[in-house]
Structures are given as C-alpha cells and as structure tokens.
Design a protein around this ligand. Structure first.
Ligand code: HEC
Length: 175
C-alpha cells in the first residue's frame, strides 16, 4: 500500500461517511488474489486475509488485529465477538461488504427508535482507525469467514518493506 493510496482512501471514506446509506451487500469470495504493501485483496479489490496452512496470518490481518484491539474492542469485545453494548462483528461481517463497512466506521451509526440508545461513533477523522481501515476489515473478515480463531494470531508474515514509512506518513508522524 503506497502513501498516496492510503490518503486517497481516507478522502473516499470521508465522502462515503457523510451519507451512510443502506447499501448492505454480502461480501464476495474472500479468496486472496493480489498483495500490495502487505495487504491482500480479493477479485473485487476488497481487502481480505491470507492464512497459511501453518496458521500464519498475512501482515495486514495481523495489523488489523492490533488496530481492532486499540479502537474497537472496548465496545465490540475481544476478537470482534460482541458485547452487551455493541454487536458481534464476526456475525455482522458476513453480510457487510467493504464499502458498507467504510461507511459505518467513517459515518458512525445511531440507532433510532430503540429502547436503548446505542451509538457507534464516527471515526472519519481518527487516523489511527482510518489509516488502517483495510487491515481492520481484513482481520474482521478473517474472523467472520476465514476460520481465524480467537486471540492473538499465533504467527504472522513479516512486515513488508516500506510499511512503517507509509503508516507514519498517513498518521502525519515525522520520522
Ligand atoms: C463506543 C462504542 C463503539 C466503538 C468504540 C466502536 N463501535 Fe462499532 N458499533 C457500536 C454500536 C453500539 C453499534 C450498533 C449501532 C446500532 O445498531 O445502532 C455498532 C455497530 C457497528 C457495525 C455494524 C454492525 C451491524 O450489525 O450492522 C460495524 C461494522 C462496526 N460497529 C464496526 C466497528 C469498528 C471496526 C470499530 C473500531 C474501529 C468500532 N465499530 C468501534 C459501538 C462502537
């Protein structure tokens, strides 16, 4: 993943997040087709996981695990499994494609007409989330459809060259 494409992605996410629409679609076949900058994509270009026979996960999925723990776990529970407050994402992600996922995360969700006021905050301006939205999606997709178990993935592929530089640049951190 190059610096430019990460920044373009954020602009795209911001635009999408402005009008959370009901465009729910089931994600397609998660089979990994292509890798770029440590992130695998499926035939539709959506981020996906690549788990080796020995259980080792790709770098993007591993980063997604770390970033999920940082930003989402406090509401959605460990391993995306849900809590009394927020839904089980290992189930939800079976029916949410990447575009819808970005729209939810960037735009937030506020349920109306429910007895309990549940609020999913907007992360549109949170670079710690938006710079790693592909990785978080890949991780949750692996949990939902890839048979990735609970807990920290036991093994992972090494960081690809340039990953840290691209991340710092996206986060606006001087190296
Ligand atoms: C402050 C608590 C909170 C945090 C933090 C949070 N969420 Fe949520 N999220 C919610 C709640 C509550 C809902 C359900 C909203 C509703 O249905 O009204 C939700 C819903 C969702 C949904 C839609 C699920 C469905 O069933 O359609 C997705 C996807 C999602 N969150 C992803 C994330 C991701 C990814 C992160 C981390 C970047 C995150 N959330 C962080 C509270 C949170």
């Amino acid at each position: 993943m190059t610096v430019t494409s990460r920044l373009v992605l954020i602009a795209f996410a911001l635009a999408l997040g402005c009008g959370v629409a009901a465009l729910a679609a089931a994600p397609g076949n998660p089979t990994p087709v292509k890798e770029s900058g440590g992130i695998w994509t499926d035939k539709d270009g959506a981020p996906t996981f690549n788990i080796a026979k020995d259980g080792s996960v790709d770098w993007g999925t591993f980063v997604g695990f770390l970033r999920y723990n940082d930003a989402c776990l406090r509401c959605h529970g460990p391993d995306g499994a849900g809590s009394s407050y927020a839904p089980d994402l290992t189930q939800a992600l079976k029916g949410i494609d990447y575009a819808q996922f970005i729209a939810f995360v960037a735009g937030g969700i506020q349920a109306v007409n429910t007895a309990q006021q549940l609020v999913m905050p907007s992360f549109a301006t949170d670079k710690n989330v938006m710079c790693f939205i592909q990785e978080i999606y890949a991780y949750l997709r692996a949990r939902a459809t890839g048979g990735l178990g609970r807990g920290r993935p036991p093994k992972h592929a090494p960081a690809p060259k340039g990953f840290d530089e691209a991340s710092y640049k996206c986060l606006g951190i001087q190296m």
